[in-house]
Design a protein around this ligand. Structure first.
Ligand SMILES: Nc1ncnc2c1ncn2[C@@H]1O[C@H](COP(=O)(O)OP(=O)(O)OP(=O)(O)O)[C@@H](O)[C@H]1O
Length: 413
């Protein structure tokens, strides 16, 4: 159980290093305070995973450092039952000159283990980290993934009641990340509390019971993980719009002969109302088209691509038997609904306006990655692979005794 009430933390920012010294000597303030956390209150119950979302600099790592005692709060209360350990910023609590073996001792003591506890768990830590003979080499020779392996192994073997996971987990390779996630789930099932800081929205949806959103050091959302992800995405979308100017951003990569164009568009989940939706949820795409001259045979085409640029699904109105017809100067809204039965991940939507079935004769307008959306978690039953194919499964009535062995079944002698 973690209970945090009205937590504040600020840092002193000095415009030049000498000001720090001058302030210490003269006692006159020469810094400007930077409020990293402002009045944060929340609880994490036993067996609960709380996700923490926020943009870079929102205060997530500061919060975790306060909980582990790496930093001291300016004000507020923290109540933690039992030991807190976790995977913080890479290398926290390690000495690069010492071997992995000796760093287990240092790090173990730092997270509150006794010498006896460290000795009894050392072998298990080494085995979990899978560092082999590297355990006797100095830490400075390790890759970031190897440091992360050791950090995670010590933290999870320290018998914590609360486990904190920062982005550091993401430097591990896929295999080790999965191994860590499995261990985290076991920890949760055994009643442990977890704070999970991640920019991986899918992981937050899959793992967390609840999530909170930090904005410039303030807690602006605390609730259901799916809703928190949607809220966070709306903030991100708003900020992206303000910072870049949506229109300008979209015009990049546009080409075509210009007889027609897409003026505006959005792709939102039917339930989420945001460009993040669960797999199986309907993606509603709405596009405003403008024809600069009369077009009798206008085709709207789309292609969904995954983050590797792989084509996932493409179709056009001609193939669907619904060619469009627009008068000169006419503006029309086209709405599409696609059941997003595709795997969790980030996708782009490339759009085109052309004539007939393809864009090779007349391409009026084309924009790569005009819209983006993310599939996070499953709105329905989960599946593996890149997409869900329609499938039915039926259990036949009992098979007669003499037909139970197939003609192709291997004969075991
Ligand atoms: N030691 C420090 N001295 C001065 N400012 C700091 C210090 N540590 C953090 N900050 C500032 O406090 C704010 C919160 O930082 P923090 O690292 O907690 O953000 P974050 O949400 O974890 O970001 P990210 O997603 O980039 O890891 C930032 O503005 C950061 O620059």
């Amino acid at each position: 159980m973690i209970r945090v009430h009205d937590l504040h933390k600020s840092f002193k920012l000095f415009s030049k290093p000498a000001d720090r010294l001058l302030e210490a000597v003269t006692g006159r303030a020469r810094h400007t305070p930077h409020h990293a956390l402002r009045g944060i209150s929340f609880e994490v119950r036993e067996g609960e995973v709380l996700g923490v979302l926020g943009r870079n600099g929102a205060g997530k790592s500061t919060l975790l450092k306060l909980l582990t005692g790496v930093l001291v709060p300016d004000a507020g209360e923290m109540h933690i039952d039992g030991r807190v350990t976790g995977l913080l910023e890479l290398g926290t609590g390690f000495n690069p000159e010492l071997s992995g073996h000796d760093n287990i001792t240092i790090n173990g003591l730092m997270v509150g283990m006794s010498h006896a506890e460290i000795e009894s768990r050392r072998q298990a830590i080494i085995e979990f980290s899978e560092l082999g003979d590297y355990i006797h080499e100095p830490l400075r020779t390790y890759s970031s993934g190897m440091v992360m392996r050791l950090g995670f192994a010590v933290a999870i073997h320290a018998d914590p009641s609360c486990f904190l996971v920062d982005e550091a987990l993401s430097v591990g390779d896929g295999y080790f990340q999965q191994k860590c996630m499995k261990r985290i789930r076991q920890f949760k099932e055994a009643g442990g509390s977890i704070l999970f800081v991640s920019h991986d929205l899918n992981a937050v949806k899959m793992l967390c019971d609840r999530a909170m959103v930090l904005e410039s050091g303030r807690l602006t959302y605390d609730g259901d993980a799916d809703d928190a992800v949607n809220y966070y995405n709306r903030i991100m979308a708003r900020q992206a719009e303000e910072e870049e100017g949506r229109h300008r951003a979209r015009q990049q990569g546009v080409y075509g002969s210009g007889e027609a164009e897409i003026l505006r568009g959005e792709a939102l989940g039917e339930r989420s109302g945001a460009p993040v939706l669960g797999s199986g949820e309907t993606l509603k795409v709405s596009l405003d088209l403008l024809a600069h001259q009369a077009l009798d045979d206008l085709t709207l085409g789309l292609m969904i691509r995954d983050r590797y640029g792989q084509d996932i699904f493409g179709v056009n109105t001609h193939q669907l038997g619904q060619p469009l017809r627009l008068a000169a100067g006419e503006q029309r809204r086209v709405s599409l609904e696609i059941v997003a039965d595709i795997a969790p991940g980030k996708y782009t939507l490339t759009l085109a306006l052309h004539s007939s079935d393809h864009h090779l004769d007349d391409c009026f307008w084309w924009c790569d990655s005009y819209l983006q959306f993310e599939v996070a978690g499953f709105a329905d039953l989960p599946f593996g692979g890149i997409c869900r194919l329609p499938l039915t499964i039926e259990l036949d009535p009992e098979i007669p005794q003499d037909a139970t062995r197939s003609a192709h079944a291997p004969v075991i002698r």
